[in-house]
Write a protein that binds this ligand. Structure first.
Ligand code: 5GP
Length: 190
């Protein structure tokens, strides 16, 4: 998505060779028009697959996911990050390692918001090692539902996330794919 690549080049800032900051339009301040275009793109790619719900991981996935859900006329569900295990049977939970924080959290989903007949599209802001997506997949599949696709706004293709997910048979669609990050350097896969 050219408009997204342009914004990343103009406003993105590589903290080091592995982490990109895009706080001015995606992760802190949010550009709703760009999010709308992102939603349009995801809809175009994922429509006609019988998807029933859009799932995302709090909090930076929410803006692109809600625009995608709106355009696909579907409900959106936010998977919550909790510090500790919930001690009752009303929730599915799985431990996920956070790439940016370096610590673990309990990804949490209320059983009220999924059923075994659901066909889920997962949307997230970044793909690095694939831990967040794999956690979301575990929660969906624990209930017997299906993941029909994974939509990523910014994929860091030099990290293993895509390969890990594709090896397991999931369709990963990313709007911007970064080949290399470095001081004053952001290089895309065309
Ligand atoms: P993964 O679980 O694929 O290793 O990492 C993806 C998650 O970590 C995303 O949900 C995102 O919030 C965060 N993340 C990974 N890499 C980056 C990055 O370079 N910049 C920012 N802002 N977040 C990242």
């Amino acid at each position: 998505m050219e408009e997204l690549r342009d914004r990343i080049l103009k406003e993105g800032h590589a903290l080091n060779e592995a982490v990109l900051k895009v706080d001015s339009f995606l992760n802190h301040k949010v550009d709703p028009k760009l999010m709308y275009e992102i939603g349009t793109n995801f809809k175009k790619y994922f429509e006609n697959r019988g998807i029933t719900k859009v799932f995302t991981i709090e909090s930076s996935g929410i803006a692109p996911a809600v625009m995608t859900a709106m355009q696909m006329n579907l409900p959106m569900v936010i998977l919550k990050k909790q510090a500790s295990k919930v001690l009752n049977d009303d929730f599915y939970q799985t431990i996920v390692h956070s790439f940016t924080k370096g610590s673990d959290y309990q990804l949490t989903l209320s059983k009220k918001y999924i059923s075994k007949d659901d066909n889920i599209l997962i949307i997230d802001d970044f793909l690095a090692n694939g831990e967040a997506s794999l956690g979301a997949i575990r929660l969906v599949e624990e209930c017997g539902a299906k993941v029909s696709g994974i939509g990523i706004v910014i994929e860091k293709s030099f990290q293993p996330g895509r390969e890990v997910l594709e090896k397991r048979g999931y369709d990963v669609y990313s709007l911007a794919r970064i080949k290399k990050l470095g001081k004053d350097l952001i290089e895309f896969i065309k």
